[in-house]
Design a protein around this ligand. Structure first.
Ligand code: DAH
Length: 341
């Protein structure tokens, strides 16, 4: 038995543990219940008392040696060996790169621009921070017009009057001063009004202004231009109507309605059961406005219109709540794709 103890001791010393697997093998071989060392303890029971004393000591030393080696190897392998590492699976499909998409109002704006460009209109631009003259006075607004009041207009300074433009019509006279007729331009942009925010109103929204000034421009040109636009935008079956109206900067003036796309003219919530939806204000440019733009009204005439981009978009994509356009919720914004021409 003494011999056995010696050779097992040598085996314990020679055993190299470099992985969890070898550690377990070591434990099974030497220390576990059915391992070599416990079986030697079993055998020791049969030995004489004297032998027991001597061999017991040696066996205990072997046991301590094996257990000590096991413990320190265990600590070491915990720190280093066989940590599970992520394997790269090259056959997995790639994580798709999310593509952004354009805002529905931008999609509509580009579509409007595209249609009017084909009708011969070019693109013009004007400032959002404007003076009273271009926003009101030059457009024939009388000094006491209610639109100038604080409840409608965001004034930045009251004297001199600096304000956030309330409509894109502010670009009209700027354009007239910049270039002689013929003028055939559209002017998209953001406008601001002091309104409580709801599903139907917002403190800012978007318009597209249109201006066509040349010799012999008449109301028929206005009608056909906007009819062509509506057909391109909404399809050949669209109906259009002109309602007499008033704007200080046009004479005569008309509001333009198109047949409701949601109920096809039968009557629904969007069209307030009238079958018609207003999309623009329009009219023949007032002679005073032409004069403010240094254009002789005896020689030139023109038409103008101002269209709400939100409204055109609502009809296109059937979105009823204006607030969705500025909340920047990507779950909403992700849903829109270009309108095909
Ligand atoms: N500026 C008007 C508005 O914001 C819309 C408008 C009406 C524009 C008639 C025009 C026009 O150019 O001729 O309500």
């Amino acid at each position: 038995m003494e011999q056995q103890i010696k050779s097992i001791e040598q085996e314990v010393r020679d055993f190299t543990i470099t992985s969890n697997e070898l550690l377990e093998n070591f434990r099974l071989k030497f220390i576990s219940k059915k391992g070599l060392i416990p079986s030697l303890f079993e055998e020791l029971k049969k030995a004489s008392p004297e032998e027991k004393k001597k061999l017991g000591k040696e066996l205990n030393a072997l046991k301590q040696l094996a257990e000590g080696k096991y413990k320190s190897a265990q600590e070491e392998t915990e720190n280093t060996a066989d940590k599970p590492h992520e394997e790269i699976d090259l056959s997995l499909p790639v994580i798709p790169h999310k593509l952004g998409n354009q805002h529905p109002l931008s999609l509509t704006r580009y579509r409007i621009i595209e249609i009017f460009e084909r009708l011969g209109f070019n693109l013009a631009d004007g400032p959002e921070i404007e003076d009273d003259w271009h926003n009101f006075t030059a457009l024939n607004f009388p000094p006491n017009h209610p639109a100038r009041e604080m409840q409608d207009t965001f004034f930045i300074e009251k004297n001199p009057d600096v304000l956030l433009r309330t409509h894109t019509s502010n670009v009209q006279v700027r354009l007239m001063k910049k270039q002689p007729p013929p003028i055939r331009s559209i002017m998209p942009g953001r406008v601001f009004r002091n309104e409580a925010i709801s599903a139907r109103a917002h403190c800012f929204f978007h318009q597209v202004e249109g201006l066509y000034i040349d010799k012999n421009v008449g109301f028929a040109d206005l009608k056909q231009t906007l009819y062509s636009f509506a057909q391109e935008m909404y399809g050949k079956d669209i109906k259009i109507r002109y309602r007499p109206s008033f704007f200080p900067f046009t004479e005569p003036s008309a509001e333009i309605d198109i047949s409701c796309l949601i109920c096809k003219g039968k009557g629904c919530n969007l069209c307030k059961h009238s079958g018609w939806v207003e999309i623009a204000g329009s009219g023949m440019v007032h002679p005073n406005v032409l004069r403010h733009g240094n254009i002789d009204p005896e020689e030139y005439t023109g038409f103008a219109f101002g269209m709400g981009i939100e409204r055109v978009t609502q009809l296109l994509f059937q979105v009823n709540d204006l607030r969705l356009y500025s909340e920047n919720d990507t779950r909403f914004l992700r849903q829109f794709r270009p309108v095909l021409s």
